[in-house]
Write a protein that binds this ligand. Structure first.
Ligand code: IYR
Length: 224
């Protein structure tokens, strides 16, 4: 392992309080416009935009800075077709047998079902893999710490970056997702974490009129 030299925190920026307020508000207001979309356009998206969003994702904090994630970026129609086929098999099983009545009732307002045409329509699918352990070139294993937390953080940043770029995403979690390892040729050290569908929304895309919780409902301040 490398030993990192210690360097000054040169790239940190502090802002005057008013500017701090303005920046965080505008950041929040922009994120608040994000909606998960299920109807995608097939309009192409430049690959370099995806690459830069992935660089943003890769800035996420991770256990022991081991960056325990892999992003498999799929744009090829044949691979997208295979992913759709495999996902729909699992999803049919989910909606017809595996899901409890309670789960199906929770999904009802979202109007989801086993049909996943967006897996072929959208220009990009990003399969996010969690690396349970790392593998050195000589085959030795490197223990990873907090890989789920780390990969979740990286995925959150990826979604925010793509939204910032004006793209829509759908976090899709066909379960089980093991087929992604086979189709995308990923090693067994990697567990499929989720499948992110990326593109422009369809011109006629509609979304359910959901509400976000109020601050008091999801945060508490302990000041003594
Ligand atoms: N994976 C299924 C079901 C599903 C589950 C949850 I939790 C959602 O928020 C949405 C869908 C599907 O993608 O349809």
């Amino acid at each position: 392992m490398t030993d990192y030299p210690s360097i000054p925190l040169e790239r940190y920026r502090e802002y005057p309080i008013d500017e701090m307020r303005e920046r965080v508000r505008s950041f929040y207001e922009n994120l608040d416009r994000r909606r998960t979309v299920r109807e995608f356009s097939d309009r192409p998206v430049p690959r370099d935009v995806i690459e830069t969003a992935l660089r943003a994702a890769n800035t996420a904090p991770s256990g022991a800075n081991l960056q325990p994630w892999h992003f498999a970026v799929v744009s090829g129609p044949e691979t997208k077709r295979r992913i759709r086929e495999a996902a729909e098999i699992e999803e049919r099983e989910f909606y017809e047998h595996r899901a409890s009545e309670e789960w199906l009732a929770a999904l009802e307002p979202l109007g989801t079902d086993e049909h996943k045409p967006f897996l072929e329509t959208a220009p990009y699918l990003i399969a996010v893999f969690l690396q349970k352990y790392g593998e050195l070139p000589d085959g030795r294993k490197v223990k990873h710490y907090y890989p789920s937390e780390s990969t979740g953080l990286a995925t959150g940043l990826l979604i925010a970056a793509l939204h910032e770029a004006g793209l829509a995403t759908l976090t899709h979690t066909p379960s089980p997702m093991k087929f992604l390892n086979d189709i995308l040729g990923r090693p067994k050290s990697e567990r499929p974490f989720l499948l992110l569908v990326v593109g422009y929304p369809d011109d006629n895309a509609r979304v359910p009129d959901i509400r976000r919780k109020e601050l008091v409902d999801y945060a508490s301040f302990i000041e003594s």
